[in-house]
Design a protein around this ligand. Structure first.
Ligand SMILES: C[S@@+](CC[C@H](N)C(=O)[O-])C[C@H]1O[C@@H](n2cnc3c(N)ncnc32)[C@H](O)[C@@H]1O
Ligand code: SF4
Length: 454
């Protein structure tokens, strides 16, 4: 088989590697380690803070994120109370000199919270955790219906530098097909409110590969987004995963999958070329940044390459935290009943329960090298071999010879890159979701395969 044939037979959409390892590789840590021990000796001078809000108004058909629909009376208050208790326990485990260099509120939909609740959320980040929100980049996710003027005013006033709006499609029929109940007129109104709030960086999320979407309708969504000159655009290939609304509608057969893969690849190339022609630069397979936009170094959330440094402090029941040797979180689920149970369990916990990690993955052996290579290689600018050597004292090419030879044989590496740089070719970037999983360790692969999705 020639290299081209091998490359053509690789399924391009295997998994979105926004964090390594994925939470499905996490397992109960026994005995539960004290956070103080996990954080002792870590460099805490430039940490990232992430606050997770697991509430949405609806459950979109494609979504497998950790979030529940709505909140019965009192639950958001109870959740903020629990966040405050957790913040106290976590802060006590950090050292006195700990400083936050970036912050992000994600979900779910953080703007499911009212304006007053968002004020309290910012207070928790500032007063309990000691993050200076007005001095560091602060990124917040929102949906169009919840991006109201009063909430945006609070967020802008507290120092939000990036607002990411989940639009998915400007075509109403596509939003319906993705089971994302929204109308274009409401999306446009929300975008107007975000711009009026004066938050410096607007990001718009769009999805391609939706049932009924054509080259024409994709172009219409892209142009509708471009009309707002967003500083950033994320183009996501649609994934239909088990236990989601679309997943429950029944899996397509292998022939349909192959056709769908082709269709998503075509839409990807169309979207990429269109944005490149409109003055955007490609940052990764999904991320595009307006070439003349401010905002370098603004965090995009929990999967961001800018947080390559290990110190991530996550608060909330769906948030991950990273030290150099352990990644940890709470239990994870996709099924609505299980998610509700995990949120209820989280809000009932006393402060001392937050002083120990619960589930996680130890970053031993070559895991930190795999993570570093994965995260840097999946960026359009490429992976610096010198940086890798400086961090680990070994050569990436000697550590992963088989994987890198395979990527090169498939035409996924840019042969014209400088010798000190491992950079993906345009086809390599297009196949990020196939290339990433090939760098998973056997242990992570086995843990993910064994995971009992609930
Ligand atoms: C936390 S959500 C964004 C904020 C907000 N909850 C919303 O939906 O408006 C993150 C983004 O991931 C993308 N996404 C989530 N699940 C996806 C899937 N199965 N396929 C493709 N994109 C997906 C969507 O574009 C979504 O906006
Ligand atoms: S896509 Fe956003 S709004 Fe929809 S369910 Fe997922 S997190 Fe909630």
């Amino acid at each position: 088989m020639t290299a081209a044939e091998t490359a053509a037979s690789v399924r391009p959409y295997q998994s979105y590697v926004y964090a390594y390892p994925h939470k499905t590789a996490y397992r109960p840590l026994r005995p539960r380690p004290a956070l103080g021990e996990l954080w002792a000796g870590e460099d805490q001078r430039a940490l990232s803070l992430y606050l997770h809000i697991p509430f949405c108004e609806v459950r979109c058909g494609f979504c497998n994120l950790f979030t529940r629909i709505g909140a019965p009376d009192g639950l958001t208050t109870a959740y903020l109370d629990a966040l405050e208790r957790q913040a106290g326990a976590v802060r006590a485990a950090l050292d006195g000199g700990a400083r936050f260099a970036t912050a992000a509120f994600g979900g779910g939909t953080p703007t499911f919270l009212t304006a007053a609740e968002l004020t309290r959320l910012c207070d928790i980040a500032e007063r309990r955790m000691g993050a200076d929100l007005r001095a560091v980049p602060l990124s917040v996710e929102a949906s169009p219906a919840t991006a109201t003027a009063d909430r945006l005013a609070v967020l802008a006033e507290r120092g939000t530098t990036r607002l990411s709006l989940g639009v998915q499609s400007f075509v109403d029929a596509e939003a319906r097909a993705a089971v994302r109940p929204q109308r274009r007129a409401d999306v446009e109104a929300a975008l107007g409110r975000v711009r009026a709030a004066g938050i410096p960086v607007l990001n718009i999320d769009l999805i391609y590969g939706i049932d009924g979407q054509t080259a024409d309708s994709w172009r219409r969504s892209l142009d509708a987004a471009l009309a707002w000159r967003p500083e950033e655009l994320y183009l996501y290939p649609l994934y239909v995963r088990p236990l989601t609304g679309l997943g429950r509608q029944g899996p397509a057969g292998p022939a349909a999958d192959a056709e769908w893969d082709e269709r998503r690849l075509r839409l990807y190339r169309q979207g990429r070329d269109h944005l490149l022609g409109e003055g955007y630069e490609q940052v990764s397979m999904r991320m595009f940044r307006r070439a003349d936009a401010p905002g370098a170094g603004v965090p995009t959330g929990q999967g961001d390459h800018a947080c390559q440094t290990d110190g991530m402090v996550g608060l909330g029941c769906g948030a991950r935290s990273y030290t150099s040797s352990v990644h940890y979180s709470f239990d994870y689920a996709v099924d609505m009943r299980q998610i509700r149970a995990i949120v209820d369990d989280y809000v009932a916990r006393p402060a001392e329960e937050f002083a120990r990690a619960e589930v996680g993955h130890r970053m031993s052996g070559d895991e930190p090298r795999r993570r570093h290579l994965l995260q840097s290689l999946l960026q359009a600018e490429g992976a610096s071999l010198a940086e890798y050597r400086a961090r680990f004292g070994t050569d990436a090419e000697a550590d992963f010879p088989a994987e890198l030879a395979r990527f090169a044989a498939r035409g996924w590496l840019d042969a014209s890159a400088a010798p000190e740089l491992l950079r993906l070719s345009p086809e390599g970037l297009a196949h990020s979701d196939a290339l990433g999983p090939e760098l998973f360790s056997p242990a992570v692969r086995a843990a993910m395969a064994d995971y009992d999705l609930k």
